[in-house]
Design a protein. Structure first.
Length: 182
């Protein structure tokens, strides 16, 4: 099997696992966390191969957060809402982290598209934490992150990954604005 074929198969498998994670999360099914781990491991491999250094580290974080999310579940799946002041703090900290990570990637690595890579990574770290704390507003973060990720993955010729982020954006819009439709 050629390297190109292997990468394509890993990408497709990772996309399907990640979609299963998101769908099962929306359905409040604890099995979602298993698919989160599988998808993250596949994307870790792909991102590393495509020199998306921060995205690679993000995938490792996703594996640990999937375990945390599972362990954080109570007997009931609870959804919370944070006050907007909390979100302003998260946005400020994420922006600070984005610029710091961008500077690091530019100076110390061969990362491709370091600013976009830094944006998606810094804000995904925050959004993931908010998600595994079961805060409903996590979907607003994901809408923006997913739209930016479409461009990032498309630029790196990871077309199935870009399509995944398109589907993620659609799911995030539906989950935030129309949760009763699930």
């Amino acid at each position: 099997m050629s390297t190109k074929t292997r990468l394509l198969l890993v990408e497709i498998t990772s996309v399907l696992s990640s979609l299963a994670y998101t769908w099962l999360y929306i359905e409040m099914n604890p099995l979602c966390f298993l698919f989160a781990i599988l998808g993250a491991l596949g994307f870790l491999y792909l991102c590393w191969k495509k020199c998306l250094i921060a995205e690679s580290a993000l995938q490792v974080f996703y594996v640990f957060m999937a375990v945390y999310g599972y362990l954080n579940l109570n007997t009931e799946w609870r959804v919370e809402h944070w006050p907007w002041a909390n979100h302003l703090l998260v946005i400020a900290l994420s922006t600070f982290a984005m610029f710091g990570l961008n500077a690091f990637l530019k100076l110390r690595t061969q990362a491709k598209l370091p600013l976009i890579d830094s944006f998606t990574t810094a804000f995904s770290l925050s959004a993931t934490f908010i998600m595994v704390e079961f805060v409903h507003e996590n979907w607003l973060y994901w809408i923006v992150i997913d739209l930016v990720s479409i461009a990032l993955y498309f630029k790196r010729k990871m077309y199935f990954g870009a399509f995944l982020f398109f589907l993620y954006a659609v799911l995030a819009i539906k989950a935030y604005f129309f949760p009763e439709l699930w």
